[in-house]
Each structure stands twice: as structure tokens, then as C-alpha cells.
Design a protein around this ligand. Structure first.
Ligand SMILES: CCCCCCCCC/C=C/C(=O)SCCNC(=O)CCNC(=O)[C@H](O)C(C)(C)COP(=O)(O)OP(=O)(O)OC[C@H]1O[C@@H](n2cnc3c(N)ncnc32)[C@H](O)[C@@H]1OP(=O)(O)O
Ligand SMILES: NC(=O)C1=CN([C@@H]2O[C@H](COP(=O)(O)OP(=O)(O)OC[C@H]3O[C@@H](n4cnc5c(N)ncnc54)[C@H](OP(=O)(O)O)[C@@H]3O)[C@@H](O)[C@H]2O)C=CC1
Length: 298
């Protein structure tokens, strides 16, 4: 099934894009959208089965797709993947650093190794991907990078490690913008709030329940969709965003601004790109409610 992008067909026909964590969730959605707009998309992650299944789904839609297995915490694996992409596809014009994650725990209960694990994954992993992409292709030929972080401006209670790591990426984005603009590299970040999709289902049910129960604390009265994240990423990678450099786009429905916690209904229409979402009953209920409230025609 063709992705229902809001962007012009063929917009990325000359691009080769690498999406880390592209086998699932937000990354999968971005991969579908970029490929639907003509890009050759390479999806990367640790688990080959997830990559193969998403790649198959994309091939069925007639898209140009390839896979590469890597752990973004391992520089040798990153270099190997980038060498493969450039030798097979000739270039790397877009990089989406989407792979990441964390566990929920009070700060006092995060062990030193738990802290290091999350910093290694999110901050160091993103840094190594940028660094390696610069050396493999972009330093000489230019390119566009989007880092997916998380809405962490006011910290994230029970996720101190990831909030610190994501804040680090936001700052890194600024430095790399200044240092790498002369090389033709444009780099931005996008900080989602809670998004309904595969990522949320990875948490223990108590965490999911807390998140699901609190959706009304968002001024928009709902959580976001993977497609809503994807369309912003695609815009940032597009030629139309040529003068946007070094920023972090907050995409949380306004949650960051909310000082109140009163119940409200969502009146903001929903956009889902027509792509199925890997989620569970808990969040499907929200998704169903949103569609009804937003009167989505999709
Ligand atoms: C409530 C309000 C929010 C509600 C609000 C919710 C908003 C959420 C918004 C964000 C959503 C997303 O990002 S969704 C997408 C993300 N997907 C994920 O996060 C996937 C799930 N996470 C993971 O796979 C893991 O947590 C992650 C750390 C990233 C990677 O794991 P690894 O296998 O590499 O690491 P492990 O070897 O298992 O563990 C390394 C150390 O971390 C510790 N550790 C691991 N899990 C732990 C846990 N649950 N509690 C304590 N400590 C833990 C271990 O004990 C180890 O330390 P020692 O014992 O000391 O050695
Ligand atoms: N969903 C949400 O509400 C929010 C999500 N985010 C962030 O958005 C990004 C995508 O999350 P989402 O799609 O929701 O969740 P998913 O869990 O579906 O996606 C995470 C992806 O990252 C990959 N990944 C994890 N660790 C590594 C690693 N070490 N090396 C390579 N790939 C890795 C996973 O694949 P594999 O396991 O095969 O390696 C997986 O495909 C993450 O950075 C997440 O933290 C931010 C805010 C909110």
C-alpha cells in the first residue's frame, strides 16, 4: 500500500537515506515515507528479522529499500555499514538518527551501568553515526541529518538518563551545524513527546498505563502519531528546509507549555499516513478514540 505523504512525489528521487532503527515504529514510518517519495532507503538496526520484515513490506509497495545490520554503539559496525552503503548505492545524502531508547526508573534507582547504557545508546551512538557519516561521505559531499531525540527541555521524570542524553544531542546539533555548514551539511533534531506506536509497547504495562492515562494532560488532548513525526523529519530533510539549520523541533502537541492538568477532548485532527501501526490494545483504544474525535478520513 502506498504511503499517503503530504509531500510531492519524486521529491527524494536522487537521495540515498539511512534510517537507524528503521525496522520498527517511527523509523519504519520515516523509511516508508522517504521511499514513497523516491528515495533509496537503507534501514538499520540490530535485529535482522525486523529489518527484513519491514524491507519486504516496502518492496511490496514498490519502494527501493536495503538493509544493514548494526549496533550504533559499535563504531566498527557503523563503519562497515556505511562502507557497504556507499559501495552499493554510491552515496549517502540523508541520515536519520532515530535508533534509541531507555527504561523508566526513578533517578535514585538507576545503576551506574544503567546510566552508562542509556548514554552510550542515545548520545554516544548518535555522535558516532554523525562522525562516521561525515568521514564516509558527507564531509566531502555534504548531506542532511535529522536526529530524533525526545521532548526533554524540562527534564523527563523517571528517565533522567535519556533526558540528559537527548539534551546532549540537542547541543551537539548546534555545534555540528556551525562546524559542518561549510561542508554543505545541514543538521537538525526533532524532539517528540509521547507517540502512539511500537516504542511505547516495549515498556512494562505500568509505564504504558501511566502514559495512556495521562494523555489528556497534553493541550492537544492526545498523543502524537508516527506519521506526524515522519512528516516533520521529511520536511527537515527536504530542499524547502534549506535555511533551517541547528535547531530542535519540539513535537509534543504543546505538552511542554502545559501548566495545568484538566481533562479535555482532542479537537486536533489526526494524520497517520495510511500506515498500519504496531501497538497494543491499550494504545489502540486511544488511537481509536483519536480517530473518532479528530474525524480522520484515513
Ligand atoms: C513512568 C512515567 C513515564 C511515562 C512517560 C513515557 C514517555 C516515554 C517517551 C519515550 C518513548 C520511547 O522512547 S519509546 C522507544 C524506545 N524503545 C525502548 O526504549 C526499548 C526498551 N528499552 C531497552 O531496550 C533498554 O531499556 C535499553 C537500556 C535501551 C537497552 O538495554 P540493554 O539490553 O543494552 O541493557 P541491559 O543489559 O538490559 O541493561 C543495562 C543496565 O541497565 C539496567 N536496566 C535495564 N532496564 C532497567 C530497568 N527497567 N530498571 C532499572 N535498571 C534497568 C540493567 O540493570 C543494567 O545495569 P546493571 O544491572 O547495573 O548492570
Ligand atoms: N515512541 C515515543 O513515544 C517516543 C520515541 N522517541 C524516540 O524515537 C526513536 C524511535 O522510537 P520508537 O519507534 O517509538 O521505538 P522502537 O522501539 O520501535 O524503535 C527503536 C528502534 O531503535 C533500534 N535500536 C535500538 N537500539 C539500537 C542499537 N543499539 N543499534 C541500532 N539500532 C538500535 C531498534 O531496533 P533493534 O532493536 O533491532 O536494534 C528499533 O528499531 C527512539 O530514539 C525513541 O527513544 C522519543 C520520544 C517519544
Amino acid at each position: 500500500m502506498a504511503y499517503k505523504s503530504i509531500f510531492k512525489p519524486g521529491l527524494f528521487k536522487d537521495d540515498v537515506a539511512l534510517v537507524t532503527g528503521g525496522g520498527t515504529g517511527i523509523g519504519r514510518c520515516i523509511a516508508h515515507e522517504l521511499a514513497s517519495l523516491g528515495a533509496t532507503v537503507i534501514i538499520a538496526g540490530r535485529k535482522i528479522e525486523k529489518l527484513q520484515s519491514t524491507a519486504q513490506e516496502m518492496r511490496n509497495a514498490g519502494y527501493k529499500v536495503d538493509i544493514t545490520q548494526l549496533d550504533i554503539r559499535n563504531l566498527d559496525e557503523i563503519k562497515k555499514s556505511l562502507n557497504y552503503i556507499i559501495s552499493k548505492h554510491g552515496k549517502l545524502t540523508c541520515l536519520v538518527n532515530n535508533a534509541g531508547g531507555q527504561f523508566a526508573a526513578p533517578a535514585s534507582e538507576i545503576s551506574p551501568n544503567g546510566w552508562k547504557t542509556v548514554i552510550d545508546l542515545n548520545l554516544n551512538g548518535t555522535w558516532m553515526m554523525c562522525w562516521a557519516a561525515y568521514h564516509a561521505w558527507m564531509g566531502e559531499h555534504g548531506g542532511r541529518i535529522v536526529n530524533i531525540t525526545a521532548a526533554a527541555r524540562n527534564g523527563i521524570p523517571f528517565m533522567a538518563h535519556t533526558a540528559a542524553a537527548r539534551a546532549g544531542i540537542m547541543n551537539l546539533t548546534k555545534t555540528l551545524c556551525v562546524e559542518w555548514a561549510p561542508h554543505g551539511i545541514r543538521i537538525n533534531s526533532l524532539a517528540p513527546g509521547t507517540i502512539v506506536g511500537s516504542g511505547m509497547t516495549r515498556y512494562p504495562i505500568s509505564v504504558q498505563q501511566t502514559a495512556a492515562d495521562n494523555h489528556w494532560m497534553n493541550p492537544s488532548g492526545r498523543y502524537g502519531t508516527e506519521a506526524e513525526v515522519s512528516s516533520a523529519v521529511v520536511y527537515l530533510l527536504s530542499p524547502g528546509a534549506a535555511y533551517i539549520n541547528g535547531i530542535t523541533v519540539r513535537m509534543d502537541g504543546g505538552r511542554d507549555l502545559s501548566k495545568t492538568s484538566f481533562q479535555r477532548e482532542s479537537k486536533i485532527p489526526i494524520y497517520d499516513g495510511g500506515l498500519s501501526v504496531e501497538t497494543n490494545e491499550l494504545f489502540m483504544k486511544l488511537w481509536g478514540d483519536y480517530k473518532q474525535i479528530g474525524k480522520s478520513k484515513l
